[in-house]
Ligand binder design. Structure first.
Ligand code: SF4
Ligand code: SF4
Length: 442
């Protein structure tokens, strides 16, 4: 018997599920592996038409507890009476952190910033972006000189911290068993992953800095972001006069994201925008919104078979393809080429499947085959943006059927720790996420 639904994943889909659980009168316990809530692709997940009230409901309800740097390591029992084992990693930075940033310049360890799709770099001690929840820095111990197996006595950051907020002797919390009635898996997509790079390699990704992935363009268009919300050429940080958007696959979310980017680029005044869909099917209903946006933005929409991409004679890039239909050779010039592909489930999803005793399909998406466990959003397939959020609400409703205990004032598993949602924190987070989503769609 439990009054709690476990939500695995603290991105927008997981937060939406938590909101629905709380709205249904139960408690939600959210686990997020990253040091902050929100997910890497928040802006792509929260579209302008996302039903804000459902998210706001999370902020209005105190029945949500979350843990960052946390993961599930075991799940025993059955629907209505699961025991979830949770392990948290130490952050090495305490709540005393004031975000003064004194520690970052002195840290010698530089790695690609996964929150900027690898377009920028961060230090081992960092904050992924300016408004995070929790609102403190964290140390990526895997890239820190003090991390195992090195245990080098680098204390530069601790010495620079006037607030005594860095403690490498911070113990890892002991694994904890929590009683939960049901589970919602919302681990999301693997945006900007190595897998995405591998898939896009056959379309020239990696051969020229100005051939970027859709995830990278997304990050460029976000504000705050590495280029202040404007499309720039990574090669020289100059503004592109001509941008080519290439859809290497036609799925609902690929088309949705490309359409949003097209509108955003047009709003930024990019002189020439063109779209290339690497599939026939001018009459494909999934492309209707993209075709309408292309017409509005005076952007030619081509269908073609990929031949190659490379430096153009003179300046910029040239993409060559075979026009569909017709078969004639198309030469499309651009200063910046963005390649969009299907998103993939987070790599951790496969391991999670074993842990939860669920099946994965050929693409690695989870199939909910165990009673009491539900899957929403990117973990379940290439669902569209809004559909993923709707799935989260539906999964929460299904999970609520297994909740048999009334919430108590102080349920041990979800009792307030440092991470109990403070309403003002969450409102700030949700506001930031929604603004990012709106920005992406403008
Ligand atoms: S120096 Fe200390 S207080 Fe300042 S940002 Fe770093 S950890 Fe936080
Ligand atoms: S101990 Fe050294 S390497 Fe590790 S976060 Fe601090 S400054 Fe960076």
């Amino acid at each position: 018997m439990s009054d709690t639904v476990l939500v695995i994943g603290g991105g927008p889909t997981g937060l939406r599920a938590a909101a629905a659980v709380a709205a249904g009168g139960a408690r939600a316990l959210v686990l997020e592996q990253a040091p902050v809530l929100g997910g890497k692709r928040a802006a792509m997940v929260l579209g302008p038409d996302a039903p804000d009230p459902a998210l706001a409901a999370v902020a209005d309800n105190p029945a949500v507890t979350w843990h960052t740097l946390a993961r599930l390591t075991a799940l025993a029992g059955e629907a209505g009476d699961f025991t979830a084992t949770i392990v948290e990693r130490p952050r090495y930075v305490t709540d005393d952190c004031t975000r003064c940033n004194h520690c970052v310049p002195v840290c010698p360890q530089v790695v690609a910033n996964e929150y900027d799709a690898g377009l920028t770099f961060r230090k081992a001690i960092h904050s992924p972006y300016p408004t995070t929840l929790p609102d403190i820095y964290s140390i990526d111990i895997d890239s820190c000189l003090n991390g195992p197996p090195n245990y080098l006595p680098c204390q530069r950051c601790a010495e620079a911290c006037d607030d005594d907020a860095i403690h490498f002797d911070m113990p890892a919390p002991k694994p904890r068993d929590c009683s939960v009635a049901a589970v919602v898996v919302a681990t999301g997509f693997a945006a900007g992953s190595e897998e995405e790079g591998r898939v896009l390699a056959e379309f020239g990704y990696g051969t020229h800095p100005d051939i970027v992935s859709g995830t990278e363009l997304q990050r460029l268009l976000e504000d705050p972001g590495p280029s202040g919300g404007f499309a720039v050429k990574p090669s020289d940080e100059g503004y592109p006069d001509a941008v080519l958007l290439v859809l290497t696959a036609v799925t609902e979310d690929v088309v949705w994201v490309a359409t949003n980017h097209l509108r955003r680029l047009a709003a930024q005044g990019v002189g020439e925008i063109a779209v290339l869909v690497l599939a026939p099917g001018a009459d494909d209903p999934r492309l209707a919104g993209l075709a309408a946006a292309a017409a509005e933005c005076a952007a030619p929409l081509h269908h073609g078979g990929w031949i190659g991409a490379g430096p153009a004679a003179g300046d910029g890039l040239e993409v060559v393809c075979t026009a569909l239909p017709g078969g004639e050779s198309l030469h499309l010039r651009a200063d910046l080429v963005a390649l969009f592909t299907e998103v993939r489930p987070d790599p951790a999803t496969q391991a999670l499947a074993g842990l939860l005793d669920l099946q994965c399909d050929a693409q690695g998406y989870l199939t909910p085959t165990r009673p009491g466990i539900y899957v929403a959003g990117g973990a379940s397939g290439t669902v569209g943006i809004e559909a993923g959020l709707e799935q989260a609400a539906a999964a929460a409703q299904a999970a609520l059927q297994h909740v048999t205990a009334e919430p108590t004032e102080d349920t041990p598993e979800t009792a307030p720790r440092e991470s109990r949602l403070r309403q003002e924190d969450l409102e700030q987070l949700l506001h930031a996420l929604l603004e990012l989503g709106r920005g992406a769609a403008r």
